[in-house]
Design a protein around this ligand. Structure first.
Ligand code: AMP
Ligand code: ZN
Length: 410
């Protein structure tokens, strides 16, 4: 699902980049090629593209001329470290499929990006940042209406959360260790007249980068939030859970920096997530997660979405990956709604059904009436992704859309 690479038979050089091909130190099993490929984006700033196969890794590395032998060795060594850490001794997770509607016939088979860009329905501001025009905005509103109806069916209380999240919050739930690679930091100029004056007079962008002395910026107190439900858990921290149960819903901007993987609407730096969040006893959370899945299954059937729901893991960073992914898989903590992308014979996660056990209850001291830590779970939908997957299956012409979507979104 990541960047493809121009096929070059052997190690070759061009003025702008060098292609490196080499064998991974241990064979990479099929089920890990995507995970490892996406991590290579973070290995070296000069890696422009990466492709991982069982017995071959191909990298496109930026270099004005030929890459020096030293740099080649350095890049390859870093990649091999990732391979060893993620693939050595890994065992195949048992994928559990809860629903399989991938074979539902859909009328469209092209990449919607081409038409969306050509028609001006989207425009790109930077990598992973897109302006969405009326077509997608109306589609997003249609899906939001479905998600809000789901939230209503649980009488979820509406919330609004900030886009920024305090650094101390993420630290307290171990986020820095699990997902350091995708963090986005917020800062501001130091409260210092000289610094601010200097910035006002000299700030300029070069190659899309702001040229500012790093010591102009204040220490980081907040980050751009990577998820929605964390804000709710923190608002419930360090006290008994009111009434022993909470169901809430919110939509919010989320940020995950995915480097060279940010190639189309499929993977954004800044995206929007709608969540329905359950806090309470274990059975309450698990039963509602399952009910949410069944209710959404009816929506997806009505509009003829081709998808499947299967067990999954979060994209933990290299050192944490093996242990955490195995844990999530063993306890069936995460299921993804993976919509078909007919144009590339692949699937894309448009939502997830998550159960965190009592992790947040314990970490944040949220207690049930009997004093035990609360359990939490959330159902999360990526709004841009579901609209994109729908367009990939039904095309841009509302005349080809299912009647319900056409009436409400067109
Ligand atoms: P997660 O919490 O990782 O399960 O994310 C919930 C949903 O948010 C996913 O199923 C996607 O639909 C969406 N999502 C996650 N990361 C991105 C991204 N980088 N770009 C666009 N949508 C995303
Ligand atoms: Zn969540």
């Amino acid at each position: 699902m990541c960047s493809d690479i121009a096929g070059k038979p052997e190690e070759a050089t061009t003025p702008d980049f060098t292609t490196l091909e080499f064998t991974p130190q241990v064979p990479i099993p099929d089920y890990l090629t995507g995970e490892i490929q996406s991590k290579l984006a973070y290995v070296d700033q000069q890696i422009l593209a990466a492709q991982v196969k069982e017995d071959q890794i191909t990298l496109k590395v930026a270099s004005p001329g030929d890459l020096t032998a030293e740099r080649r060795a350095e890049v390859i060594e870093k990649v091999q470290r990732v391979v060893l850490s993620m693939a050595k001794g890994a065992f195949k997770p048992k994928v559990q499929v809860l629903e399989d509607h991938l074979a539902r016939p859909v009328p469209y088979h092209s990449d919607p990006m081409t038409e969306l860009l050509a028609s001006g329905q989207i425009s790109q501001e930077a990598n992973g940042l897109f302006v969405l025009g009326p077509l997608i905005t109306r589609l997003v509103a249609y899906f939001e209406a479905q998600f809000l109806a789901l939230a209503d069916s649980f009488q979820a209380a509406p919330y609004r959360f900030p886009t920024l999240i305090p650094a101390g919050y993420l630290e307290r739930v171990n986020y820095f260790r699990a997902f350091p690679h995708s963090l986005t930091f917020a800062t501001h100029l130091r409260e210092d007249l000289e610094v601010i004056d200097n910035f006002a007079q000299h700030a300029a962008c070069e190659h899309s980068e702001l040229q500012t002395p790093p010591n102009s910026f204040a220490p980081i107190q907040a980050l751009l939030s990577p998820a929605v439900c964390y804000h709710l858990y923190f608002s419930l921290a360090d006290r008994p859970l009111p009434g022993g149960r909470v169901v809430a819903t919110a939509v919010g901007n989320c940020f995950r920096y995915e480097a060279i993987n940010l190639t189309s609407l499929e993977r954004l730096w800044n995206f929007t997530m709608r969540e329905v969040i359950f806090v309470g006893e274990k059975d309450f959370v698990l039963e509602n997660r399952e009910l949410a899945r069944q209710r959404m299954s009816q929506v997806f059937e009505r509009i003829g979405l081709a998808y499947r729901v299967e067990s999954a893991n979060d994209p933990f960073f290299i050192g944490e990956f093996r242990k955490q992914a195995a844990f999530q898989s063993a306890f069936q903590l995460k299921f993804e709604i993976r919509a078909r992308l007919p144009f590339k014979d692949a699937t894309l996660a448009v939502g997830s059904y998550n159960y965190h056990q009592d992790f947040f209850g314990r970490s944040l001291n949220i207690t049930l009436p009997d004093g035990a830590p609360a359990h939490t779970g959330c159902v999360a939908f990526g709004l841009e992704r579901i609209a994109f997957a729908f367009l990939a299956q039904y095309g841009l012409d509302p005349a080809s859309w299912p009647a319900e979507v056409r009436q409400l979104a067109a």
